[in-house]
Design a protein around this ligand. Structure first.
Ligand SMILES: [Zn+2]
Length: 575
């Protein structure tokens, strides 16, 4: 009698099955992801490279496990895993064959396609990918027998799996976290092709946007009018609001830092607000938050997308409003006012493939300011200290602190090199701020061709003579003030952290304590009845981005029920 064959169905616990599917996805559904990781980690030696690759694998496996975890319920597990496998196979096909990234725009084009367009995507390769990569393992999932235990035992098992995933993440972060972070930063596409994580992230982002896009636009400050202190129709008022980027209070000599990073501001009557907290730890939170007037506690990034902001209220209060950008744009804040990117018009000397130096903004102001006839608010959005390519933010003659870190792979530099390079960006930002004040009519700062790098590191007598300032241009035909505040701070290796973006609740002060400076022309202060000595006396008070909206309205003398005087730091010093 021939031996009877019987394919015994393998029996697995739900945890084992989840783990196997996660591992399968990490290895087989991420061809392009691994291609980029292998190519990028080429730089280090063999062992280092192996370590980074293993850390990336551990992190991706952990994230995939955490994603699949909610499927670990009887009746849900198998259909859920089958769906994930087929969707991931489809995503892998588009990522691999078309170099696609999976973001909300990609999903939108899938959802909003029609039959004809969809038909054009069908190909033999697509069916092969779906079959081999998706359907085959999906059949295997259906075939295995899952051994279910009681509810509490299963719950405990899922918790165990979650702990394993978190331990994997922790191990990756503690060993090669710095390299992995740098890799993801320098290859932004990685997070949009990490399969199937990118699918889930894109779906959530798609739903979030769909929800907000259907909301009506919320108007604010519809009652805004100009007060009696700065009536419109007189000599124009020009308020310059300088915003960003990644500058931290701890690196400003005005706040006690032992390097003269503020050398270019010497001689200017600057008011330094020493205790200012940011709203967020990244640009995308802080900048809309400052302009929203909602305050950090009530800030909601979905809500502000469909809500007017400070710029709309200023416009209603009779100001021309211009957003002048050298960063990544106003992100819709300036939708109803004017917005210009200096990169489009800047001369070649200020720009390279890494972007434009902030002096391009000064060049733009040189042509713009003489044409101003009406009360105007100009938001100047700096590139400032935007990392990790700090070295690309300033021209050579501002390299006061050396040796620099001349790569965006921070892990290849010492902490001292990183700090030197970052401090050079702060020195350069000070130069740009002094340049704005000069253009608004203040000739008291150092002339622009002063040997600034030398003056920041040595006593003046050891530096080449400062050229005599050229005869000042005719006094401007407007009254002006400038308020500078950074959007968030930056970590430079303190507590092992770099850059910014830490969750606010646990963010170190380096990321949330930001510089804020105020300069006013004497004519503006006189007209606004602003007592700058009083302001200087109160400049150590604890403030935050929450004060920005209300203080700017106060400075601009725009009255509305949205404005709260207790959050206007100018209010107590107006006579
Ligand atoms: Zn920023």
């Amino acid at each position: 009698m021939p031996p009877s064959f019987k394919f015994a169905r393998p029996t697995l616990s739900a945890n084992r099955l989840l783990f196997l599917v996660a591992a399968y996805l990490v290895v087989f559904a991420n061809a392009r992801f691994w291609g980029i990781v292998f190519a990028a980690s080429d730089a280090g030696g063999g062992w280092h490279r192996l370590g980074v690759t293993l850390a990336v694998a551990a992190a991706l496996l952990a994230i995939t496990l955490l994603m699949l975890l909610p499927l670990g319920v009887r009746w849900v597990l198998k259909p859920g895993l089958v769906l994930v496998l087929v969707l991931a196979a489809g995503a892998a096909h588009f990522i691999g064959d078309f170099g696609a990234v999976i973001d909300r725009h990609a999903l939108a084009s899938v959802y909003e396609t029609d039959a004809r367009e969809a038909g054009e995507w069908l190909s033999l390769r697509m069916f092969l990918a779906l079959g081999l990569l998706g359907a085959l393992p999906a059949l295997a999932v259906c075939w295995v027998k899952v051994e279910w235990q009681g509810f509490w035992r299963e719950t405990f098992a899922r918790a165990k799996l979650a702990v394993i995933a978190l331990l994997l993440l922790g191990a990756a972060a503690l060993t090669f976290g710095k390299d992995v972070a740098s890799l993801v930063r320098n290859h932004m596409e990685l997070r949009h092709i990490a399969n199937p994580f990118a699918l889930l992230a894109a779906q959530l982002s798609y739903m979030d946007h769909a929800r907000n896009d259907n909301r009506p636009m919320e108007s604010i400050g519809t009652d805004a009018v100009r007060g009696t202190a700065l009536p419109a129709g007189q000599r124009p008022v020009v308020l310059v609001l300088v915003v960003g980027e990644s500058a931290r209070a701890a690196s400003m000599d005005l706040n006690g830092y032992d390097r003269a990073t503020g050398a270019p501001l010497r001689g200017l009557p600057i008011v330094n607000f020493a205790q200012v907290k940011s709203c967020g730890t990244n640009t995308a939170t802080s900048v809309p938050c400052m302009f929203s007037g909602l305050g950090r506690k009530d800030y909601d990034d979905g809500r502000v997308k469909r809500r007017e902001n400070l710029l709309d209220v200023l416009q209603r209060g009779g100001y021309d409003v211009l957003w002048l950008d050298n960063n990544t744009g106003s992100k819709g804040l300036a939708k109803r006012v004017r917005e210009q990117h200096v990169g489009k018009t800047a001369s070649a000397q200020y720009c390279n493939e890494e972007g434009c130096y902030d002096e391009a903004l000064l060049e733009h102001l040189d042509t713009l300011l003489p044409t101003i006839q009406r009360d105007t608010v100009i938001v100047v959005h700096l590139l400032g200290s935007h990392g990790p390519a700090y070295y690309a933010r300033y021209p050579e003659r501002f390299a006061a602190f050396k040796p620099e870190c001349r790569t965006n792979e921070l892990q290849r530099c010492s902490d001292l090199q990183i700090r030197n390079t970052y401090d050079n960006t702060i020195l350069y930002t000070s130069h740009v701020l002094a340049g704005i004040a000069r253009r608004l009519g203040d000739a008291r700062g150092l002339p622009e061709n002063a040997p600034i790098a030398c003056l920041a590191t040595k006593p003046a007598e050891q530096c080449p003579p400062t050229p005599v300032a050229p005869p000042s241009a005719p006094a401007p035909a407007f009254d002006a003030a400038m308020l500078y505040v950074s959007d968030h701070g930056e970590s430079l290796g303190e507590h092992g952290l770099y850059l910014h973006g830490a969750p606010y609740a646990i963010a170190p002060s380096e990321q949330t304590h930001v510089p804020m400076l105020f300069w006013t022309s004497e004519t503006f202060a006189a007209r606004r009845k602003l007592d700058t000595a009083c302001l200087r006396g109160r400049a150590d008070a604890p403030l935050s981005h929450d004060h920005f909206f209300h203080s700017v309205l106060g400075l601009a003398d725009v009255t509305t029920r949205e404005r709260r005087d207790e959050l206007d730091f100018f209010a107590t010093c107006i006579r």
